[in-house]
Design a protein around this ligand. Structure first.
Ligand SMILES: [Zn+2]
Length: 355
């Protein structure tokens, strides 16, 4: 879909406004009038903040998907395993309930996958309801009844998403998908001297791929040239490759040229975070600080699609700022990209060695 933002008018805006209002965000006097004004933007920002998304006030693919998912309440539809997987806040609530009762439904990510189904079947078996793997009225009533009775073992540790398992402890047998973000008509941010983010991301991903392959790793690039690919299509490509690790590459930008440094991101929502992702993100930052001289802008938990959708370990990195005169200039010339690639590989290696 086309991103919707401030100043836009039309049916898509009415749709966004209607969903925001249903979630109790106030649109002021504007109401759902199909005009994306300041109140709508404020509501979008509030929504993004609540959902652990990038707070930019723009309704792009990720924010739109979250708006749709946020509208699903438990009991409004049947929940079961299907392709593509059902996703939404109702699934998330189900996962929370199952985990709370001690049935391991895996990561609380709002995606009805195989782990959720096995936990559900296990619950149905125990609760003596029809063993069909479908959350309908009977199963829901049982879930609520047992929960009210306080039978749950809430101290049970929720297992980590993609438990951080990587097939190998060395780079030589690593399988990894790398996604250089943006591309084609989506240029990403603009940096010093007309430098574009889509270009720097691609150069870095290619450099990473070369170096990793030289170590014997199996690497898949989500894009290997300057083309536009939709967000969810990118993640389908990564999932069909089935690597141990999925790395999304962006670069930082800011209207203040002084902003610089490296940041890394792992999956987190209001009820869950990926421990393995957080650990790997930490190693990446450590290496970027030590080997590429970057300022530490820390690791952050986010509910980005690129962190949530991959079925295995996923992180996103912004290893430098393309708007900073030195950092950006260095990236434009090339040596900066090589340093970033080497640091990222050192970070991945630290993670593998400490598994
Ligand atoms: Zn970007």
């Amino acid at each position: 879909m086309r991103p919707v933002s401030f100043g836009d008018r039309g049916k898509e805006v009415v749709d966004v406004q209607t969903r925001l209002r249903a979630l109790d965000f106030h649109l002021g006097r504007e109401g759902a009038d199909g005009h994306f004004g300041p109140n709508t933007e404020r509501a979008v920002r509030g929504f993004q903040q609540r959902r652990w998304l990038e707070v930019d006030g723009i309704v792009g693919e990720n924010t739109w998907a979250e708006l749709v998912e946020a509208g699903h309440q438990v009991g409004e539809r049947l929940l079961y395993l299907r392709v593509p997987a059902l996703r939404g806040d109702d699934v998330l609530q189900l996962q929370l309930m199952l985990n709370e009762l001690g049935f391991d439904s895996g990561p609380v990510d709002g995606i009805f996958g195989e782990a959720t189904e096995s936990a559900l079947l296990e619950f149905q078996r125990n609760a003596g309801v029809n063993l069909d793997g479908i959350v309908g009225e009977a199963t829901l009533a049982q879930l609520r009844r047992i929960r009210m009775a306080g039978v749950g073992t809430s101290d049970k540790k929720i297992p980590d998403r993609m438990d951080g398992y990587v097939g190998s402890r060395s780079l030589s047998a690593l399988t990894i998908s790398i996604d250089p973000a943006h591309g084609g008509t989506d240029i990403g941010a603009r940096g010093v001297g007309g430098l574009t983010e889509k270009y720097v991301n691609l150069r870095l991903a290619q450099q990473l791929a070369d170096l990793l392959r030289a170590h014997g790793a199996d690497v898949m690039l989500v894009r290997d040239d300057d083309r536009f690919i939709g967000l969810y299509e990118r993640l389908e490509r990564a999932n069909s490759f089935q690597g141990d690790l999925h790395l999304t590459v962006h670069h930082g930008h800011h209207h203040t040229p002084a902003a610089h440094g490296a940041a890394a991101f792992f999956f987190e929502n209001s009820s869950y975070f990926a421990e393995a992702g957080k650990r790997l993100a930490g190693y990446l930052i450590q290496a970027l600080v030590r080997d590429a001289g970057r300022v530490d802008l820390h690791t952050h938990g986010r509910n980005f699609a690129c962190l949530r959708e991959p079925r295995r370990l996923a992180v996103m990195v912004e290893p430098g700022f393309i708007t900073h005169p030195e950092e950006g200039g260095d990236l434009a010339d090339g040596p900066g990209i090589r340093r970033e690639a080497e640091a990222l590989i050192a970070g991945i290696r630290s993670y593998l060695e400490r598994l």
